[in-house]
Design a protein around this ligand. Structure first.
Ligand SMILES: [Zn+2]
Length: 117
C-alpha cells in the first residue's frame, strides 16, 4: 500500500489533504474523518458496526495533533480529545472515494473517470 507523498492540514478550512503518487488528491473534512474513526470505541470490533453517532461529532471539530504510525497510517488527536483512531492510508482513501461517490462535492476532481470502482 502506498503512503501519500504529501499530507497537508488546512486548519482554516478544517480539511485534510492527501496527495497520492498514483492518483488524485483526497481532501477530507476533519469532521468526516473523525466520523469514520475505526477505533474500538467508534466501531464494534466484532461486528464492524459503527457505535459512534456521527451527529455527535461537533461541526467545528479541529485536528489537534497528527503523527505518522509507521508508514502505513496516521494517528490523529482531535480537539474533542479523542485520539485512539489509527487511520490507515487505505481507509482514508476509501473515505474520499465514498464521499465523491455519494455526493458531487466541490472537491471532486474535474475529469474523474466514470468507471472508477
Ligand atoms: Zn474512535
Amino acid at each position: 500500500m502506498n503512503a501519500p507523498v504529501n499530507i497537508r492540514m488546512i486548519r482554516e478550512n478544517r480539511l485534510l489533504e492527501l496527495t497520492w503518487k498514483d492518483g488524485p488528491q483526497t481532501i477530507l473534512p476533519f469532521r468526516k474523518v473523525r466520523q469514520e474513526c475505526p477505533c474500538a470505541m467508534c466501531v464494534d470490533e466484532f461486528t464492524g458496526r459503527r457505535i459512534l453517532d456521527p451527529e455527535t461529532v461537533p461541526e467545528n471539530l479541529d485536528l489537534a495533533e497528527a503523527s505518522l504510525a509507521g508508514n502505513y497510517a496516521l494517528r490523529v488527536r482531535w480537539s474533542d480529545d479523542h485520539d485512539s483512531g489509527l487511520f490507515t492510508w487505505v481507509h482514508l482513501r476509501r473515505i474520499g472515494e465514498q464521499m465523491s461517490a455519494d455526493t458531487p462535492s466541490p472537491v471532486d476532481p474535474p475529469n474523474e473517470a466514470t468507471d472508477s470502482a
